[in-house]
Design a protein around this ligand. Structure first.
Ligand code: ACO
Length: 358
């Protein structure tokens, strides 16, 4: 049975650097508040006239393809993890196929909607398809553009200071060498927390779940000025109440994240027949430096066993792990033969981990 291994990796972030100080010009916040609570110092935002989620993905993909030393036309499957696709539909996977100039219709393109856990969900999906013998050279991308959908007024500051734009990509190939491969992946979800971290308006739900579950604070008057448009619905009340922006109950997310990270890391290491003592490097999702420091402390990991770069890029959701893994590799922090664990927690809630021998 074939195993899967990462043979190429690359990342790309927009050139435009936005510091915490820059944000103080548009909302009431401070460099101190943001650094203290999140560890973030700056993030990158796209140039809206030239860049999109897919164009960032193209740049990262070309680097990963070159790194793997393959021809783009040898790719037989594209997996694109994002919560911020260019279009409501079609998905970003087909746009990436087109923009990369992959003409073959023998390949397939799949979008993954698992938010911060999207890259690991994608890696697990790639691993299953390779083990089944269906595909041999898979392009897996995590890319996000948050900057176009954030509330930059003081009302939205708890969310908007956290997120940034960027993309990371890997080539996952079939190998007979089980020692240098993805050893185990574990995926989880709990939809009872769906609205805790969500972007619900506009959408197709018409307030149904808000009423069904009695969720407070999401009320919108659907009777006024409604514009049904395709699969979504929006109106002036949503705009007035700022419901057209992401919503996050930060402390609920924090509490669950610091519980679920250690659980899923241990579970996945055990599934690979290994333990925490075998770990060389943990590359966690970059949601908040304080979450990652808490997890490292709980698990007894040294600073040099955990890779963090949220200081420079903020939280790039599905892109954060491949960007971090790519930088860690470039900095010589992931070496051949190392045992690497990837772990994520995010909206859904979803959480996941992958253990691989590099
Ligand atoms: N600047 C200044 N003040 C702010 C800001 C800001 N950017 N944001 C919120 N505040 C204020 C609030 O208005 C509030 O003021 P008040 O006490 O006068 O009402 C105060 O700071 C505390 O607000 P909280 O929202 O309760 O702040 P909290 O201490 O929870 O920190 C944070 C917020 C950093 C988001 C924290 O909850 C957290 O890290 N949660 C984890 C969630 C996370 O990391 N999400 C990332 C995305 S999800 C993912 O990828 C897993």
């Amino acid at each position: 049975m074939p195993h899967s291994t990462i043979t190429g990796i690359g990342h790309y972030v927009p050139k435009n650097v936005v510091t915490n100080q820059d944000l103080t010009a548009v909302m009431e916040t401070s460099d101190e508040w943001i650094r203290e609570r999140t560890g973030i110092e700056e993030r990158r935002y796209i140039d809206r006239t030239k860049e999109t989620t897919t164009t960032l993905a193209v740049e990262a993909s070309l680097l990963a393809i070159a790194d793997a030393g393959i021809d783009k036309n040898d790719i037989d499957f594209i997996i694109f993890a994002t919560l911020s696709p260019d279009y409501y539909f079609p998905g970003a996977g087909v746009l990436l196929q087109r923009e990369l100039g992959i003409a073959s219709t023998e390949i397939a393109a799949l979008d993954i909607r698992a938010q911060c856990s999207g890259f690991i969900y994608g890696l697990s999906t790639a691993d299953q398809f390779i083990r089944a013998g269906t595909y041999k050279k898979i392009l897996l991308v995590g890319a996000e553009v948050h900057s176009v959908g954030l509330d930059f007024s003081t009302r939205g500051r708890n969310v908007s200071v956290i997120f940034g734009d960027g993309a990371g990509a890997v080539i996952v190939e079939a190998t007979e060498d089980k020692d240098i491969s993805v050893l185990a992946t574990k995926l989880h979800s709990d939809g009872t927390y769906a609205e805790k971290l969500s972007y619900m308006y506009p959408g197709s739900h018409g307030g149904y779940f808000i009423e069904k579950y009695g969720i407070e604070g999401f009320d919108v008057d659907f009777s006024t000025n409604g514009q049904p448009y395709g699969g979504v619905f929006w109106n002036q009340d949503m705009l007035d109440k700022g419901r057209i922006y992401p919503h996050m109950e930060g402390q609920a997310v924090f509490k669950m994240a610091v519980r679920k990270f250690p659980e899923v890391i241990m579970e996945t290491l055990q599934a690979a027949g290994l333990g925490i003592k075998d770990l060389d490097l943990l590359v966690p999702h970059q949601a908040n430096l304080r979450i990652n420091q808490f997890v490292a402390h709980t698990m007894g990991l040294r600073d040099d066993q955990v890779y963090n770069n949220i200081m420079r890029y903020g939280n790039t959701t599905a892109a954060s792990i491949p960007i971090a893994l790519s930088e860690a590799r470039d900095e010589g922090k992931v070496k051949k033969g190392d045992l690497v664990t990837l772990a994520a927690f995010g909206a859904g809630f979803t959480w996941a981990a992958a253990v691989l021998r590099w």
